[in-house]
Design a protein. Structure first.
Length: 166
């Protein structure tokens, strides 16, 4: 999707709204309600990527509110687009892993003079876990327009029912 994505196509995608394969996040790291940076906000984006990779794939757009309003990533306070993308890449490395990064492509776009990140995920060929911290992992799938965490027994059943997730 990213290879042929232009601003007009992206605007139409946003206008269509969230669905099973499209998720919006207002910011990458700032909790708007608490007006402070929050690890939980960063993990929310990574959780969505993991859920897409464990399901049928999908697109995450950071800098867009749930209602489709283009907010941009300015609240995240990155000095420039390069630092924003580097941070996003580092989050993938830390919470998903470099070996699985091949299933994610992302880039920044400027819409209405606001920078957003668009990340496309392909379905992974093996289970993908979200690393919360060393020794703590969670498993997510997409259910309708949301990501759902599975318990250990649900995860085993899901993986067994899907084979290798292919």
């Amino acid at each position: 999707m990213l290879a042929e994505m232009d601003n007009q196509t992206l605007l139409k995608t946003i206008d269509a709204g969230e669905n099973d394969h499209l998720e919006f996040k207002s910011t990458l790291r700032r909790n708007i309600k608490a007006n402070q940076q929050g690890k939980d906000i960063e993990l929310a984006s990574m959780k969505t990527l993991v859920a897409f990779m464990n399901s049928e794939g999908g697109t995450l757009i950071v800098g867009v509110e749930d209602n489709g309003n283009i907010l941009g990533t300015y609240l995240d306070n990155f000095p420039n687009e390069d630092k924003l993308l580097l941070h996003f890449n580092n989050l993938i490395k830390q919470h998903i892993g470099l070996a699985l990064a091949k299933f994610i492509t992302f880039k920044a776009f400027t819409l209405e003079d606001k920078t957003i990140i668009v990340a496309d995920c392909r379905k992974a060929d093996a289970p993908v876990y979200l690393r919360i911290k060393p020794g703590e992992e969670e498993f997510y799938i997409r259910v309708g327009p949301g990501s759902r965490g599975l318990s250990l027994s649900e995860t085993v059943s899901y993986i067994n029912s899907k084979g290798s997730l292919e």
